[in-house]
Design a protein around this ligand. Structure first.
Ligand code: EPS
Length: 392
């Protein structure tokens, strides 16, 4: 399963093609729209989210509620486009309005300067429009297809915010099951497993950042359960599931760090306190701890998959950093226009989508690419071989 997206933040629509999708997956458009709505939530978003109500329209690949094995084409309209028609015109010369929206003072940390170097763009709006995190709506729509395949295999995915700005959840209180995390995190607008005091402190931190004209980053944890052991491979570098997950999650706008399980503690813990012992039980094997985060040697081990993701503060600042005017070469403050103070809660939903896409591919590599019922039979046969675990 793979996907491509096209679309500008203020263009008419986002377009998504999801390819290599097995036939026979029941698809609920309502479930897809639910994921899109989750991504739009979160304390700290700017005015844009009051304009958009993201809905996926299916243009190909699904008939009577099931995938057909054909590529799936999806469209999400940008409601804001109606105010940007002249600025985003496909033909003709820029109008006065389009020239007013032109800018040449790159925002440090954004794609603007890269666009000048790489593509020779002089209106940095061309970079802003495509590099915008608006594109993450397309990822969530594609991920919703993958999620519905994973659901048929009993695989559940969730995420929660562990840190927003300087406010951090007490690690010892984080539940481990997808259901328990979901129940707590979906009930507050920071999507955190922190208690009411933590949510209130996160609100204050966002309000203070807004007043100061700055932005906040944070840390998210994605948790997946129901994964069979044996997905991925250690046999070749590009088939290692940890590497594939890291690439997919690192590609999310503003993500600067990805780690698996207690990965970030690997430098400071000794081996006896880092690895997870193996305990034979009557019908299989148990692991008393999950510091590996469900992956050993790039292969799932049957434990929940745990991924930590750090999103940097958004690069569009109301009180901008020093920059340059690329038209004149003179020092000037960076460009500013409407943006979010933080999108860390939304980033969790996007990370879930990217993880779902990688896991769907891993499930297909193990159980087949063509037809859901064949894949489920292959999974059953595999499970019969695993139980009891092969202990000699
Ligand atoms: C974004 C800037 C803001 C965000 C946008 C990402 O958009 P605008 O410039 O229209 O106010 O709201 O996020 C989304 C539109 C979205 O759907 O998440 C940016 O520059 O990355």
């Amino acid at each position: 399963m793979r996907f491509l997206t096209a679309g500008e933040s203020h263009g008419p629509q986002l377009t998504i093609i999801v390819d290599d999708v097995p036939a026979g997956i029941p698809i609920s458009i309502e479930a897809m729209n639910h994921q899109l709505a989750r991504r739009q939530q979160g304390y700290g978003r700017g005015g844009r989210m009051t304009i958009e109500t993201d809905r996926a329209q299916v243009k190909a690949g699904i008939r009577f509620g099931k995938t057909t094995g054909a590529p799936i084409a999806l469209v999400i309209e940008n409601r804001d486009y109606s105010k940007w028609v002249e600025v985003m015109a496909v033909e003709g010369d820029p109008t006065t309005e389009a020239l007013e929206k032109r800018f040449s003072r790159p925002r440090p940390g954004h794609a603007d300067l890269a666009a000048f170097y790489k593509y020779g763009l002089t209106d940095l709006r061309d970079a802003l429009e495509r590099a915008s995190a608006r594109e993450t709506a397309a990822r969530v729509a594609a991920g919703a297809i993958a999620r519905q395949l994973l659901e048929a295999f009993g695989i559940g995915i969730t995420s929660h915010v562990v840190q927003l700005g300087a406010i951090r959840v007490d690690e010892s209180l984080i539940p481990t099951s997808v259901k328990a995390i979901e129940t707590i995190a979906e009930a507050n607008d920071c999507r955190t497993t922190g208690n009411d005091a933590i949510v209130a402190a996160m609100h204050i931190a966002v309000d203070e950042a807004r007043m100061a004209g700055t932005t906040l980053g944070g840390e998210i944890e994605v948790v997946v359960d129901g994964l069979p052991p044996g997905l991925g491979s250690y046999a070749q570098w590009d088939r290692k599931l940890d590497g594939q997950l890291a690439q997919a999650v690192m590609s999310i706008q503003a993500v600067k760090s990805v780690s698996i399980g207690a990965g970030a503690e690997g430098a400071s813990r000794d081996g006896a306190n880092f690895h997870d012992a193996i305990v034979p039980v009557e019908r299989g094997l148990q692991r008393p701890t999950n510091r590996a985060g469900g992956l050993e040697a790039g292969v799932t081990n049957g434990q929940p998959l745990v991924i930590r993701v750090i999103m940097k503060p958004i690069a569009t600042l109301r009180v901008p950093l020093d920059s340059v005017n690329l038209d004149t070469g003179k020092a000037e403050a960076a460009h500013f226009e409407r943006s979010d103070v933080t999108a860390v809660p939304a980033c969790g939903v996007v990370a879930e989508a990217m993880v779902a896409l990688v896991l769907a591919r891993a499930v297909m590599d193990k159980f087949g690419h063509d037809c859901l019922s064949d894949m489920l039979k292959a999974k059953k046969a595999y499970e019969e071989r695993l139980v009891p675990a092969p202990i000699l």
